[in-house]
Design a binder for this molecule. Structure first.
Ligand code: AMP
Ligand code: ZN
Length: 112
């Protein structure tokens, strides 16, 4: 979608600190990191939010890509959190589906 920030990142029209890319997904460091490690995994196709998809394979791939990257970056054993914010109450600000992965510190629960 031409007006979507994350579609522009996938297309290379806006620079991002890329970690990983394959035919389905794209991962990059979050520009406003909330933990020592904070990256996003997104589908290459435009999906506005988790409410807008039934693609179990793609949603699963986002999650497993995050765990692989956390292992590759060396913080998986200590632990991490993956989260998708959905719509207003979930705190979603960018309406292209994305999975946050946060690690490198103890994360509190419940979230605010
Ligand atoms: P959410 O609030 O769940 O929609 O998360 C959107 C995330 O995208 C936030 O954590 C932002 O810091 C991050 N973000 C916004 N613009 C960029 C960008 N150009 N590059 C990397 N991360 C971004
Ligand atoms: Zn998009």
């Amino acid at each position: 979608m031409s007006s979507c920030l994350f579609c522009k990142i996938v297309a290379g029209d806006i620079p991002a600190d890329k970690i990983y890319e394959d035919e389905d997904v794209f991962a990059f460091h979050d520009i406003g990191k909330q933990a020592p490690h904070h990256f996003l995994v997104i589908p290459k196709i435009h999906i506005a939010s988790l409410n807008e998809t039934n693609d179990a394979a793609l949603v699963g791939k986002l999650t497993l890509t995050a765990s692989k990257i956390a292992k590759d970056l060396g913080f998986a054993d200590e632990g991490y959190r993956v989260v998708m914010n959905c719509n207003d109450h979930g705190g979603q600000t960018v309406y292209h589906l994305h999975l946050h992965c946060l690690g490198g510190r103890v994360l509190s629960w419940p979230p605010g």
